[in-house]
Design a protein around this ligand. Sequence first.
Ligand SMILES: C[S@@+](CC[C@H](N)C(=O)[O-])C[C@H]1O[C@@H](n2cnc3c(N)ncnc32)[C@H](O)[C@@H]1O
Length: 337
Amino acid sequence: MLTRLKAKSERKLAKQICKVVLDHFEKQYSKELGDAWNTVRAILVSPSSWQYAVLLNRFNYSFELEKDLRLKGYHTLFQGSLPFCPKSMKCYLSRTPDRMPSERHQIGNLKKYYLLNAASLLPVLALELRDGERVLDLCAAPGGKSIALLQCAYPGYLHCNEHDSLRLRWLRQTLESFIPQPLVNVIKVSELDGREMGDAQPEMFDKVLVDAPCSNDRSWLFSSDSQKAACRISQRRNLPVLQIELLRSAIKALRPGGLLVYSTCTLSKAENQDVICEILNSYTNIMPVDIKEMAKTCSQDFTFAPTGQECGLLVIPDKGKAWGPMYVAKLKKSWTT
Ligand SMILES: C[S@@+](CC[C@H](N)C(=O)[O-])C[C@H]1O[C@@H](n2cnc3c(N)ncnc32)[C@H](O)[C@@H]1O
């Protein structure tokens, strides 16, 4: 089943651009991004220009692999002075489009690396996970960010939640493929609707990541069924409601003084800045956390579009830096209600 899911996503990339989606994005994003949209569009519609970063698995470290990557012209990400960047997390990037082969899943063998959109590491780093902390990954499948969190620290407790049962199996397989058994014991996997988590586990977590279901610009552009795509687009306006409900639940699950990171892989202002504005306007105990410094220190590897927010960053794909879209916002729950 899982192999079929992967094969399906690979076939998707070989398919045509969906004109309905492209036209819709064209209207919205040329307004929201201005001239930058032309470059972003050129990259999004050409999968051969997409880049895949290589996140090394510290639980099955390979010196040979690191040497190979350097020989191939890859360099490490976040060498600069990010406010928080644990040495244990090693990610390699190439300036030219390249994709290392995916490793096969073999029971009992840990994989050496995970391929990902490098911008996915920004929400993980923004969470500043430390050893012993209790962390919730509310929308976790297929597990890329959970794996990345575990490269940063040894949490006291990691709760990975995913509502979709097929994707939940994919998540379990990812965890099995990258994490050694003793560590798997501190991970709980659940299949709740994330909107219920706050009531189920109030004030339980030091850190919460809400990597929300969103328009997923890259994959929507390659929808094979244009009727389905049109339907998705018409339902797109409902996504911010779900995203806000997930955030409300995450806020309940967070302890006072805890950190919350919200991320999406869409450029859409309605699903990004507007969602965060709504949350900030409706809670007196939720504070924005300034993450401009993060953008400054990694501007060599990522291109950011202005968001008008100090607590929110938007990575847009650019030439030689085909990462993103990725929106990241960082919030803190104050000690007083
Ligand atoms: C952007 S993806 C998460 C990607 C994941 N964090 C990673 O890095 O691999 C969003 C996920 O949210 C899940 N989802 C959708 N609605 C949900 C809900 N109500 N509660 C929890 N998860 C939900 C989707 O099935 C999807 O797997």
